[in-house]
Write a protein that binds this ligand. Structure first.
Ligand code: ADP
Ligand code: MG
Length: 146
């Protein structure tokens, strides 16, 4: 998981959106921690379940970490700054936990990453929905990254 997160981290750039899905405890936050750590972010990365959105200013890339678990209406997305954070023209890359709760509200071009727990192992299946995320997925699949 850490290696895969690091490999993706090194391919991420401004405007990217990563949609993380999987059951509670699957590893969505752990994956995000791996991305931030690989980018040299030294601070804490915690589940933004209560804060809904957190930002991590890694040295080379700003990360918007969003957790939609506690939202119950898509109308709340505007208030929390979701559309701004996931806009391809907004600086930084977005990582969205529980993206599958509001599938119609996700950016058109995004990399969906589904994590499944299999004992202590984690299976990751990724799918891209547009030109940039396809390019990102291709680059991510062509590991190693560094
Ligand atoms: N290989 C693994 N990869 C990621 N997490 C793992 C792994 N094995 C065990 N875990 C545990 O699974 C849990 C994942 O939690 P978390 O990342 O918060 O999940 P989510 O954000 O999807 O709810 C953590 O307690 C972590 O220690
Ligand atoms: Mg989480």
């Amino acid at each position: 998981m850490a290696e895969q997160a690091a490999a993706l981290a090194h391919r991420l750039r401004d405007g990217d959106a990563v949609l993380l899905t999987g059951d509670l405890g699957a590893g969505k936050t752990t994956f995000t921690k791996g991305v931030a750590a690989a980018l040299g972010y030294a601070g804490d990365v915690t589940s933004p379940t209560f804060a809904i959105m957190q930002e991590y200013a890694a040295p080379t890339l700003l990360l918007h970490h969003i957790d939609l678990y506690r939202l119950d209406d898509p109308l709340q997305l505007e208030d929390i700054g979701f559309y701004e954070a996931t806009d391809p023209d907004t600086p930084g890359a977005a990582l969205v936990e529980w993206a599958d709760l509001f599938p119609d509200e996700m950016p058109d071009d995004a990399l969906a990453v589904r994590i499944t727990a299999e004992g202590s192992k984690r299976r990751i299946v990724a799918e891209a929905s547009g030109p940039r995320s396809k390019e990102l997925l291709r680059a991510w699949s062509d590991r190693p990254s560094h």
